[in-house]
Design a protein. Structure first.
Length: 195
């Protein structure tokens, strides 16, 4: 994340995303595939690390092997195999959704995972119980822990969608988007941008 000054002189937190160039590797139609979609590829990949099935897809599109391939349904533009898409399709002031995988935080307790306050001060015989979850169930009925109970466990590393993020700036010569606010994932991770 970084920050820029808007036209009113206010400091706005933002994220810079490298969005392209993306190559059209497949165009799916209702006649051939049963639905309409466009498959885009991004990044670089060594020829020796590319499976033969993907080599055929990239050779049909007349492009070098790419590291990430994503399919988008309901694409507005009419595209052909081998076309290149850049950030020129976005405009400043437009709102987009960004989808990515959040940072994994491993196994966490209830205080960090769900925001529990713990049992408070260690008085009245409490010993090492400050971050414990407390009671988790009822008595003899139902005699089990109910499903959905908030407990300790794996935190993060899930698909997250941030909606209605404003595009503050489009840098066309470097294929960069400056988006207001934060986006899911660590530095260098792949995200999907949806209009």
């Amino acid at each position: 994340m970084t920050s820029i000054f808007d036209k009113n002189g206010k400091n706005v937190a933002c994220t810079v995303i490298e969005a392209g160039p993306c190559v059209v590797t497949q165009v799916k139609t209702p006649e051939s595939d049963g639905y309409t979609a466009v498959q885009l590829a991004y990044g670089e990949r060594k020829e020796k690390n590319t499976p033969n099935a993907l080599k055929g897809i990239f050779s049909k599109a007349k492009t070098t092997p790419k590291s990430k391939m994503v399919e988008f349904k309901g694409f507005e533009q009419a595209l052909n195999l081998g076309d290149t898409i850049s950030v020129e399709m976005f405009e400043e002031g437009e709102f987009v959704d960004v989808v990515g995988t959040s940072k994994g935080k491993g196994f966490q307790g209830v205080v960090k995972r769900h925001g529990f306050s713990g049992v408070g001060m260690g008085s009245h015989g409490q010993h090492d119980r400050q971050r414990a979850p407390g009671s988790i169930g009822a008595s003899s009925f139902p005699s089990k822990v109910l499903k959905g109970m908030r407990m300790a466990g794996q935190t993060g590393n899930v698909r997250v969608k941030k909606t209605n993020l404003e595009i503050l700036k489009v840098v066309k010569d470097q294929n960069l988007l400056v988006v207001k606010g934060s986006i899911p994932g660590h530095k260098g991770s792949f995200v999907y941008i949806e209009k």
